[in-house]
Design a binder for this molecule. Structure first.
Ligand SMILES: C[S@@+](CC[C@H](N)C(=O)[O-])C[C@H]1O[C@@H](n2cnc3c(N)ncnc32)[C@H](O)[C@@H]1O
Length: 578
C-alpha cells in the first residue's frame, strides 16, 4: 500500500519499504522522510527549534525567569547527531539527551568488553546508551522512573517484534481512526489538504463503515482531570481529536504487545512533532496554535519509517541478540536489579540541578497516551524523580541529610541562599533553590550508594552532567560536587572530562558539560580490572594530549577556572596525572 500524507503537495513523500527500495544513506533521515524529519527533529537535538528562542512572553509562566539557558546553537552543537549515529535513536528523543557517539566514545575509553560487561543506564531517558551499546554487542540494563522513557526503551530494544504484523495492522489502525473521525464530522486529513492516497483504492471502507456508531468516546480516553494536566494551548482541538482517534484505534485493533508499543511510540513521536503546538529550546515552549494538522499521515509515515529502520538494523545483527532488560525504577533504590548480573559499565546522564521539569517536557504525550490520568499520578511520578527542580520538592523530603557533611555541597547551597537574601527575593520557588541543591546531591548520593554493590569490582561509570547557574546565577559545578558525593559513597574518582561548553546568553559565561568517571575499587584497593591481566595489557586509546595515569581522560580543568565549589578534585586529579 502507498501511504501518502495529505499536505498541499500531491506527491507521495514516502513509500513503504515494500514499494520503494529504501536507500539508507548517511543522510538517511533527511532524505527519507522530509516532512516528518522536520518534525522528528523536534526530538532530535533541538532540530525543530526555530532559529531563535521564543520571546519571553511566549514562554509558559511556570518557567523560571531565573534560568540562564545558553543559546540553542551553542547548546546543541557538540550534541548534534553524526551520520554514524544512525537509525532507531531518532524514533523518540529528548533535546537534552546526549548523542550516540558519546556512548561509542566512552565504551572505547572505558575499555568495555562485550564478552564481559553488562552496560547499565539508570537514567536511560530515550535509551541512547542501551541502544547504542546493544548495537555493539553488549547486554544492557536500563531504568528510568518516567513511564514514557520506559516505553521508548522497550520499543527501541525490542528486536523480536513481529514486523510482518505491523503494516497490516497499520492499515487497520488508519481505517479505524478515519472511521472515528468520520463520526465526528472530520475527514482523515485536514480540510483543504490534498488527500491523494492516504487510503488506496483497495481500501474502500474509509468513512466509518467499519466502526459501529458511538464507539469512539474522546472524553473517555481523555477525562477532564487528565486534560487539565496538559499546559494551555499545547495542542489544538482538531489535532487532539485525531490523536485520540489513533489511540482508540491502536487500543482496539492491535492486541500484540510489541506491535502495540511500537505504534504507541510512533504516536508519541507524532504528538510532539506534528499534532502539538510545542517546541524545545531546550525547555518545552508553546508554539502558535494551529487549527489542524495531518496527524494520521505523519503517524503512518513514522510507523513505516520505524519498520524500515528496524529491518535495516536487524539485517546487520546476528541473532541471538544480547539481552536487554528494562525497568521502571527510581535510581535511588535500584531494587529491580536484585538477582541481575553484576554491572561492568555505566554510561548515564542524570538530571542536572537546573529547574528543568522532565514531567513537563514529556507531559503532552504522557497524558495523551494515558500514562498520566490525574494529579495524583503526576505527583507520584514526581516523587520518584531526583529533586532537580523546585516543582518536585515535597514537604517530607530528606535526601539532603546524606550530604550535610560534604562541605562543597553545603557551601554552594549556602551561597544560593545568601544570594537570595541579598537580592531580597521572596517567592516560594526562590526560597526552595538552596534546598533543591542539597536534595539533588543527596539523591545522587542515595543513587550512587544503591549502585555500588551492583557493580563488579573494577567497574567504571561515566556520568554526563552540566554545570548550572539557574539559581540566582550561582555557579553549581555539578561534576565536581558529584565527585565529592561519589567519594563519600565509596567510589574512586578517575577523572572529570570536559565534553563541551555551552555559552549562557544571559551571563555570557561558558558552562561546562563534563563526564565524571568513577570506578568501583577492587577488594584489594588496586585498580587493575581482573586478576591475571596486567593493567598495561589494556588498550588505552587516550586523547590526543596522551596523558599517562588513568587511561583515556583529558586533564581536568585547571583550578583557576573554578569560581567556587570543590576545587579538591582538580588538585587531586592533576596530581594523579603528573
Ligand atoms: C538527562 S535525562 C537522560 C537522557 C538520556 N541520556 C537520553 O539520551 O535520552 C534524565 C532522565 O532521568 C530520569 N530520572 C530523573 N530522576 C530519576 C530517578 N530518581 N530515577 C530514575 N530516573 C530518573 C528522567 O525521567 C529522565 O529521563
Amino acid at each position: 500500500m502507498l501511504w501518502c500524507t495529505c499536505h498541499q503537495n500531491p506527491l507521495p513523500r514516502f513509500r513503504s519499504p515494500g514499494v520503494l527500495p529504501c536507500v539508507l544513506t548517511a543522510d538517511r533521515g533527511r532524505s527519507r522522510m522530509r516532512g516528518v524529519v522536520r518534525t522528528t527533529q523536534a526530538l532530535v537535538n533541538g532540530g525543530n527549534v526555530k532559529p531563535s528562542l521564543p520571546k519571553s512572553g511566549e514562554r509558559v509562566a511556570e518557567e523560571s525567569a531565573a534560568v540562564a539557558e545558553p543559546s540553542v546553537a551553542e547548546y546543541v552543537v557538540k550534541n548534534r547527531f553524526q551520520p554514524a549515529d544512525g537509525a532507531v535513536h531518532d524514533w523518540y528523543r529528548f533535546v537534552l539527551g546526549y548523542p550516540p557517539h558519546l556512548v561509542r566514545e566512552y565504551l572505547r575509553l572505558l575499555d568495555a568488553d562485550p564478552d564481559r560487561d553488562w552496560v547499565f543506564d539508570p537514567f536511560c531517558g530515550t535509551a541512547t546508551t542501551p541502544l547504542e551499546a546493544r548495537l555493539r554487542g553488549y547486554a544492557t540494563l536500563s531504568a528510568d522512573a518516567n513511564p514514557i522513557s520506559i516505553l521508548a526503551a522497550r520499543v527501541k530494544l525490542d528486536w523480536d517484534v513481529d514486523l510482518e504484523q505491523v503494516e497490516p495492522k497499520l492499515d487497520e489502525v488508519m481505517e479505524y481512526a478515519a472511521g472515528c473521525l468520520h463520526d465526528l464530522g472530520l475527514g482523515p486529513c485536514p480540510e483543504g489538504d490534498n488527500q491523494l492516497t492516504l487510503f488506496g483504492p483497495a481500501r474502500p471502507r474509509v468513512g466509518g463503515a467499519r466502526l459501529p456508531a458511538g464507539r469512539f468516546a474522546p472524553g473517555e480516553l481523555l477525562p477532564a482531570e487528565a486534560a487539565a494536566l496538559i499546559p494551555r494551548d499545547f495542542i489544538s482541538r482538531k489535532p487532539l481529536l485525531r490523536v485520540l482517534a489513533l489511540r482508540s484505534a491502536i487500543d482496539t485493533v492491535v492486541t500484540q504487545g510489541g506491535v502495540r508499543d511500537l505504534m504507541l511510540l510512533g504516536l508519541a513521536n507524532t504528538i510532539v512533532s506534528t499534532a502539538g503546538n510545542v517546541g524545545f529550546g531546550p525547555e518545552v515552549y508553546r508554539l502558535p496554535p494551529k487549527d489542524d494538522a495531518d496527524v494520521l499521515g505523519a503517524f503512518a509515515t513514522t510507523v513505516s519509517g520505524m519498520v524500515a529502520d528496524l529491518r535495516m538494523v536487524l539485517s546487520r545483527q546476528i541473532p541471538p541478540f544480547p539481552e536487554a532488560l528494562v525497568f521502571q525504577e527510581d535510581a535511588r533504590s535500584l531494587s529491580a536489579l536484585d538477582g541481575r548480573p553484576p554491572i561492568g559499565l555505566v554510561i548515564t546522564s542524570p538530571p542536572y540541578p537546573n529547574e528543568k521539569d522532565y514531567t513537563r517536557s514529556t507531559r503532552l504525550e504522557s497524558v495523551l497516551l494515558g500514562f498520566l490520568r490525574s494529579k495524583s499520578d503526576l505527583r507520584a511520578l514526581k516523587s520518584r524523580l531526583l529533586r532537580s527542580n523546585t516543582r518536585n520538592v515535597f514537604a517530607g523530603d530528606a535526601d539532603d541529610a546524606f550530604v550535610a557533611d560534604i562541605p562543597s555541597v553545603v557551601r554552594v547551597a549556602e551561597e544560593i541562599e545568601a544570594t537570595r537574601l541579598r537580592l531580597g527575593k521572596t517567592s516560594g520557588f526562590e526560597r526552595q533553590y538552596h534546598r533543591v541543591a542539597r536534595l539533588y546531591f543527596g539523591g545522587m548520593y542515595r543513587h550512587l550508594s544503591a549502585l555500588l554493590p551492583r557493580l563488579r569490582p573494577g567497574a567504571r561509570c561515566a556520568y554526563v552532567v552540566g554545570d548550572q547557574m539557574s539559581f540566582f546565577r550561582v555557579h553549581i559545578r555539578t561534576a565536581h560536587l558529584l565527585a565529592d558525593v561519589a567519594t563519600k559513597a565509596g567510589y574512586k574518582v578517575e577523572g572529570i572530562d570536559l565534553w563541551r561548553t555551552r555559552r549562557s546568553t544571559t551571563t555570557g559565561l561558558d558552562l561546562e558539560e563534563n563526564v565524571l568517571v568513577l570506578r568501583r575499587p577492587t577488594a584489594r584497593g588496586g585498580t587493575s580490572e581482573e586478576p591475571g591481566r596486567k593493567r598495561d595489557d589494556w588498550p588505552h586509546p587516550g586523547f590526543p594530549d596522551g596523558e599517562a595515569g588513568a587511561p583515556g581522560f583529558r586533564k581536568p580543568r585547571s583550578a583557576d577556572t573554578c569560581r567556587q565549589g570543590s576545587r579538591r578534585w582538580d588538585h587531586r586529579l592533576r596530581g594523579v596525572r603528573r
